[in-house]
Write a protein of this length. Sequence first.
Length: 158
Amino acid sequence: MTATTLSWYDVPSEIKDLLHSAAATWEDTELSEQYILEALSKAETNFDVLIAAYRYFFYKNKPEMALQIAQKVVDRIRILEQFPESWQELKPILLDRRDDPNIRLYLNAYGASGLVLAKLGELEKAKEITARIKEIDGKEFGGAAVVFDVLTQPLEDE
């Protein structure tokens, strides 16, 4: 059994092998990152590869790269779906179609960018994004509601 039979990703076997190699060499960050970057360079618009790369960089504590990948997913779906720029115009579309796979991915990636921004100390941007996601559905999409609640909870007196 080869690495390519273990993956459900809809990508060529060469990309699957790169992702598998990244996982197999997880402890060697330099090597595993090379595999991830190579997979990205060969399939940079494939959502499965982008999601794998986001998770990789998030769990390797490389928030700048994780944010870059999350934003790439958001931007790609924005173009594919021809979303309006204005949140007020976009919000009803997202509410109406929130069960569509592309919309769910968009909301998850957008919420993930809010989480990473909070991690990077960009609290106002993180609050704005997580508040928007909470407006759509407060219980899902990468824990955006939890991040929003943490960011907006008043400090307690010690």
